[in-house]
Design a binder for this molecule. Structure first.
Ligand code: 3AM
Length: 501
């Protein structure tokens, strides 16, 4: 069953220029570098940048195709929406714009990554990471239901993505196994939330009223037209019930009857599939399917439910501890103090890293992110370092790490910042990554990066003193011609590796 928006659309949203800043930046250290800088709106021809492959799927919005980036040689999924089909409807246009804006805001391993978006005469195209493992729905259908450790592995990833969205005031409103894609078709797969077409930036002091969702998964309060972000948790509860039993908790022959059952909130664990399921799992489902959303568990608290601890096998915990220790050591040694270096590393970490390469960072990141909100606070870093060094030295180290690694000055280490700071530079700075990154900064393709080109990328919408871009170039411009060539670019980046040794 497809997504059936249940009501009228209306939203107030930040625009792409949200990444601009109100204050005037007049020194390079105040520049905010983050992955969003590289998500560009492109106006050229998609076919000049991508070799377009077969259709992967279609929906009411348009279609999704497989593609390969000609420059980067990376596989992508491209969701295309025909303008003529949505131009009549302000609602659909707003939905599309909102999806782009929300994806630009997110930087989390369990939320699909947006690389860039295109607008041509006839289409809007969203270029996202390509996930080859299919939908969680197909994964369950093939296996009928999942054993508890596998269900817990998927549910903890889903809750981690949802907690991150909620802590950034994003509500998805159409969580269902069709919108959860896997990077491969195996029980260890990485799960990603897709389709933010019905999502919204919410105001925590207000309730939402527009009715969105899909019949089996929609929360009772959404049907009643007065709800908050906890509607996503209800959908997670339905998904967990489905994962463990192969059936939805609210089932009937017609949509009307299903909606009636949802409104009553009656479901049971009486079917034989539930005999072997632990009480912890049932307790978590009960807390996620609490009819009153004020008493429903939050995504942050759900991640700490004892069911997850009981399902983690020792081997997994051990390997993530080892990774997390080496990540902590690398964080201490991270030295990209020059903003240009930080920007190049951000481009490589957010646009070029493969899913396989990302995997070990995700485990380490989640091991340190103890409150599960998808970003690392000073307190969380302190907890981790306190296990390795004494508290006073840990406090000192963390101040240094925040100064160097928090490149967008948010007060937290975001996922991409963590990857950059905790990876060994050799891994990020291989020759092909450096050449791809150079091409991305050399926007006119003349073989040199000028101050104007740096401004175009790093200063997108920013009120900054023009001297800043010249200063960034000067720091690296060894032959003094006012521009950066590929050799100077590589020398700048290789300094990071030499510092580490
Ligand atoms: O049409 P089906 O259900 O087979 O799984 C998504 C769905 O497939 C797929 O495109 C269809 C319409 O949403 N899809 C969406 N985003 C994708 C991505 N990033 C994707 N498949 C792979 N990678």
């Amino acid at each position: 069953m497809g997504c059936s928006p249940l009501g009228i659309f209306g939203r107030k949203n930040e625009s792409h220029s949200e990444k601009s800043s109100e204050y005037i930046v007049n020194n390079t250290q105040s520049l905010k570098i983050d992955a969003r800088l590289f998500i560009n709106k492109r106006t050229g021809l998609l076919s000049q940048e991508y070799t377009i492959g077969p259709k992967i799927g279609a929906g009411s919005f348009g279609f999704v195709r497989e593609a390969t980036s000609i420059n980067l040689k990376k596989k992508r999924a491209i969701k295309s929406i025909k303008k003529s089909e949505i131009s009549q409807s302000l609602k659909e246009r707003a939905e599309f714009v909102a999806e782009v804006n929300i994806l630009i805001k997110t930087d989390h391993p369990n939320v699909v990554k947006l690389y860039e978006f295109y607008e041509d005469d006839r289409y809007y195209h969203l270029v996202t990471e390509f996930l080859t493992g299919g939908e969680l729905l197909d994964f369950i259908i093939k296996r009928k239901w999942l054993c508890e450790p596998i269900a817990a592995h998927f549910m903890s990833q889903l809750l981690s993505g949802v907690a991150y969205c909620h802590s950034n005031n994003i509500v998805h409103r159409d969580l269902k196994p069709e919108n959860l894609l896997l990077d491969k078709d195996t029980p260890e797969a990485l799960l990603k939330i897709i389709d933010f077409g019905t999502s919204k930036i919410f105001d925590p002091t207000k309730r939402m009223t527009h009715k969105y969702g899909t019949v089996y998964y929609v929360a009772p309060e959404v049907l009643q037209g007065y709800y908050n972000e906890k509607c996503d948790i209800w959908s997670c509860g339905v998904i967990l019930y489905l994962l463990l039993s192969g059936r939805p908790p609210f089932y009937a022959k017609s949509h009307e009857e299903i909606l009636e059952k949802i409104l009553k909130g009656h479901y049971s664990f009486e079917e034989p599939e539930w005999d072997e399921v632990s009480n912890d799992a049932k307790d978590l489902i009960n807390q996620m399917l609490h009819r009153n959303y004020n008493f429903r568990i939050s995504a942050l608290d759900a991640q700490k439910h004892p069911w997850f601890l009981s399902q983690k096998c020792n081997g997994r915990r051990l390997s993530s501890q080892v990774r997390h220790k080496s990540a902590l050591a690398n964080l201490q040694n991270f030295r990209a103090e020059c903003k240009f270096q930080q920007a190049v590393l951000t481009f490589i970490a957010s646009q070029l890293l493969t899913k396989e390469e990302s995997k070990r960072f995700i485990e380490a990141f989640k091991a340190i992110d103890t409150n599960g909100d998808g970003k690392l606070s000073k307190e969380e870093l302190l907890q981790s370092y306190k296990n390795e060094i004494n508290e006073l030295s840990a406090i000192e180290e963390i101040e240094k790490i925040m100064k160097k690694a928090d490149s967008n000055n948010s007060g937290y280490i975001d996922y991409t910042e963590f990857v950059i700071a905790s990876a060994k530079s050799e891994m990020l700075l291989c020759n092909s990554n450096l050449e791809q990154a150079f091409k991305a900064f050399d926007t006119d393709g003349n073989g040199k990066i000028s101050a104007e080109e740096l401004k175009g990328i790093l200063g997108n919408g920013l009120k900054a003193n023009d001297e800043i871009w010249l200063k960034l170039i000067k720091e690296v411009d060894e032959n003094g011609d006012g521009e950066i060539d590929i050799d100077e670019f590589k020398t700048m980046m290789m300094k990071l590796i030499n510092q580490e040794i």
